[in-house]
Design a protein around this ligand. Structure first.
Ligand code: IMP
Length: 441
């Protein structure tokens, strides 16, 4: 077991393969903690030939002796998390022993999901392409101080009062205007009491639990959801999620000091995908995009939507390295690039003849943005059988070196297939200090 803390965050538009990386590292930690997001996340963990999809629950849940914590900065949808808990329990995972939910987490209420869907429908062509899980409305309610927290559910009388106030403060009119049914606060409070009965065993003061772990030097793994380019402040606004997905969100979302975060690893795919609408400079609408989608099985874990695909964007990656202070990159799905004649990397953006080294903040700039690509030789092998960087084809190694150089970050891990074992940890990787020895030695 290691003694230091480690964060694993998404460094693209989500779906980078964080689940696999966290699952691989989790046995070396005593806690895996989620700090933001809700059931919009979809983390896939593959072992023993089976694929396990998680939405709310940290990817450490499959490991004995590891507590899975969801902190105050996240969201919880009681209906969805209870489904997830039941699914895991049916597979024999002792969820009750391992899962802890903060009493301060804001609850996604059924009307948040209704509002998410209704807003998206009204936006028509300008829709964000959300997961329709109620994320935006639930975070909005929290910021407006009209939210309900998990710990509040213990007292259904309090919940009824909050609901009555929320309806009186404009929610009634909003639902009516959108043509949606207005709920009865009494009935809704009764429903929340049923949720509480089932969720009470998981609910506690996770802030105190984490403070205790920090004091006792028990190692914590922080698990990010979504990705840096979907961050509400730093992403491609408004085509973003509603939380702070970058490493800066960890201390705020969990109630721990910034100094406790420790080493930060950013997960990137060897290419790039995006689900939902919004700017995507390197998107490929042709044969390459189709091939990456087919070979990489690029369909959403949460919504099943086909993902948009394109080549690696080093401008975006370097931005993520700087936003998060990344100590290393975990490059996933490298196997998907095998067999391409040529591979490309975007090295900068051109807008009306001006060279940009940072993603622009103005949406209109993206319409005129042309990525400047660098072309590299491809390689034949999927590389799935390799466990050492030295054994990879020369062109594959050259590609990884160039990705690291342009991103201004070293490689800490290379995923060459979906299974836990299909991973290369190079000698000298920062992950060696976290119980992940170099592979193939
Ligand atoms: P929301 O988080 O459901 O509000 O969706 C806002 C944007 O974030 C949409 O483009 C979603 O497709 C995207 N998004 C949210 N969660 C994920 C995720 O886990 N992976 C990839 N994209 C996501």
């Amino acid at each position: 077991m290691t003694t230091e803390n480690l964060a694993v965050v998404g460094a693209q538009w989500g779906d980078e393969g964080k689940g696999k990386v966290v699952d691989l590292l989790a046995p070396n930690f005593s806690i895996v903690a989620r700090f933001q997001g809700g059931p919009n996340a979809g983390h896939t963990v593959v072992f023993d030939g089976d694929s396990h999809a998680l939405h709310h629950i940290p990817s450490g849940i499959f490991h004995e002796g590891v507590k899975s914590v969801v902190g105050p900065g996240a969201l919880v949808d009681p209906i969805k998390i209870l489904e997830e808990i039941r699914g895991l329990a049916a597979q024999g995972v002792p969820v009750k022993d391992r899962l802890r939910l903060s009493d301060r987490i804001h609850v996604i209420m059924p009307y948040h999901r209704t509002l998410d869907g209704a807003f998206e429908a009204r936006l028509k062509d300008a829709a964000i392409g959300t997961t329709k899980r109620g994320i935006g409305p639930a975070y909005s309610a929290k910021m407006q101080r009209r939210g309900i927290r998990l710990g509040d559910l213990e007292h259904s009388g309090d919940v009824r009062e909050i609901l009555e106030r929320v309806l009186a403060c404009g929610l009634r009119e909003e639902l009516e205007l959108l043509g949606e049914e207005v709920f009865d606060p009494e009935d809704m409070a009764r429903l929340t009491a049923e949720w509480w009965e089932q969720l009470a065993p998981y609910c506690c003061n996770t802030t105190a639990l984490l403070h205790e772990a920090i004091a006792e030097k028990k190692p914590i793994l922080f698990e990010g959801a979504q990705g840096s380019l979907l961050d509400v402040d730093h992403g491609s606004f408004p085509f973003v999620t509603s939380s702070s997905t970058v490493a800066g969100g960890i201390p705020a979302g969990l109630g721990i000091p910034p100094k406790a975060v420790g080493t930060v690893v950013g997960v990137v795919k060897a290419y790039l995908t995006r689900v939902g609408a919004g700017p995507f400079p390197t998107e490929d609408h042709g044969a390459i995009g189709d091939r990456l989608r087919d070979v990489g099985h690029e369909f959403g874990t949460t919504t099943g939507r086909p993902r948009r695909c394109g080549f690696f964007d080093a401008v975006a990656a370097r931005y993520a390295v700087r936003l998060n202070g990344l100590d290393a990159l975990a490059i996933t799905k490298f196997d998907v690039l095998g067999g391409l004649d040529k591979v490309k990397i975007a090295v900068s953006y051109d807008v009306d003849g001006e060279r940009l080294d940072y993603p622009p903040s103005r949406l209109a700039s993206y319409e005129r943005l042309v990525p400047v690509f660098e072309e590299h030789e491809g390689w034949e092998s999927s590389c799935r059988e390799f466990r050492r960087m030295e054994d990879l084809p020369k062109a594959a190694r050259a590609y990884i070196d160039r990705v690291c150089e342009l991103s201004e970050c070293s490689v800490g891990l290379l995923g060459v297939g979906p299974d836990r074992r299909e991973t290369i940890v190079p000698r000298g990787s920062v992950l060696e200090g976290f119980g992940c020895p170099a592979t193939g030695q």
